[in-house]
Design a protein around this ligand. Structure first.
Ligand code: TRP
Length: 326
């Protein structure tokens, strides 16, 4: 039987380059090898955004448009909204019965987010049990492969532990999902920190040529390089990090011309901006078309959830039997 690949995506609104070079690229490149599940996790968004929810739905639609425009093909991939699969919270409830609180308490992402997101009150049951909901997302379709960023590995480990515990208690049923890590999980933003909408350092996939050029011009290069003829140090340069993503095959000659001081930083940046914009051309055309045809987008989500609901309700009826309710 064909293996199942699944990933969940936070509906953050329009996408940026950091998203693209993370798990989305992995998903697109492997679309023809697996049965694919790609969903927008609006319930997970609620766990951190419950105080201000007015953007969740709008952001979700923008995300779906970007994903389709990028090449997530609804013919090959079930594209759906988490909150359309009502069997997920039912499975979450069953799994929560067998999940020790200590597994969640020691989860590093939990501790880190409570520390980092001080402005939000995250001392809620929903946020605490986030990994159980994520386990249900994955186990509801019995996914084999999960493309994620490194930050999600602890959650995947908890998913496997829960699956193992279920199998031990009620007999073998769930397979243990494996991660698929993307090569360039960390795309730098224009200020060198990780690219993120909330840091204000993102290049969006929808940015026009001028905007991309302006943003790339702001990037921090090698602080020791003052004149064009000074030798550069590409290893510390943000622009070079992007060349590694976009021009990996020619990376040695690009490195050389910088080290030898053959090209100035501004010219090097403008060239990169052109490369980025060229790579976004097809996407932007497709996106513009989809923006005018939102009905199609809603239809994709509806069809996606219909298919997944069939699989999900099978799982739930098996689980209910295994657990002795039915
Ligand atoms: N927790 C993931 C994130 O914040 C999103 C997510 C939710 C997910 N459910 C998932 C990812 C299931 C992979 C599989 O990015």
């Amino acid at each position: 039987m064909q293996k199942k690949m699944l990933t969940g995506f936070r509906p953050t609104g329009k996408l940026h380059l950091g998203h693209l070079h993370g798990n989305i690229k992995n998903m697109i490149q492997n679309q023809d090898k697996y049965e694919n599940f790609f969903f927008l996790v609006d319930w997970h968004a609620l766990s951190t955004e419950y105080q201000d929810t007015h953007n969740i739905k709008k952001n979700l639609i923008e995300c779906v448009i970007d994903l389709i425009a990028l090449g997530i093909n609804p013919e090959f991939t079930h594209l759906y909204r988490q909150s359309d699969i009502k069997a997920i919270p039912e499975l979450t409830l069953y799994l929560s019965m067998i999940t020790p609180m200590s597994w969640l308490e020691r989860c590093p992402t939990y501790k880190e987010q409570i520390r980092e997101l001080k402005a939000k009150d995250l001392s809620t049951l929903g946020f605490f049990s986030y990994p159980v909901l994520m386990a249900a997302d994955i186990l509801i379709v019995n996914a084999d492969i999960v493309p994620v960023g490194e930050d999600q590995l602890p959650h995947l480990e908890i998913t496997r532990e829960i699956a193992r515990r279920f199998n031990h208690l009620y007999g073998d049923y769930f397979s243990e999902p494996k991660e698929m890590l993307s090569k360039s999980t960390r795309v730098p933003g224009t200020d060198g920190r990780k690219m993120s909408k909330s840091y204000g350092n993102a290049i969006f996939l929808s940015d026009d040529r001028n905007t991309v050029k302006k943003k790339v011009r702001q990037m921090i290069t090698d602080p020791e390089r003052i004149r064009k003829t000074d030798p550069g140090h590409p290893r510390v340069c943000n622009v070079f990090a992007f060349y590694k993503i976009y021009r990996d095959r020619e990376i040695e000659s690009i490195e050389k011309r910088c080290r030898k001081g053959e090209i100035g930083c501004t010219a090097c940046k403008d060239e990169l901006a052109g490369i980025i914009s060229d790579s976004l051309e097809d996407f932007q055309e497709k996106r513009a078309r989809l923006l005018k045809d939102k009905e199609y987008v809603y239809e994709v989500l509806k069809k996606g959830s219909q298919k997944v609901n069939i699989i999900a309700s099978n799982t739930i009826s098996d689980v209910r039997k295994k657990m002795g309710i039915d």
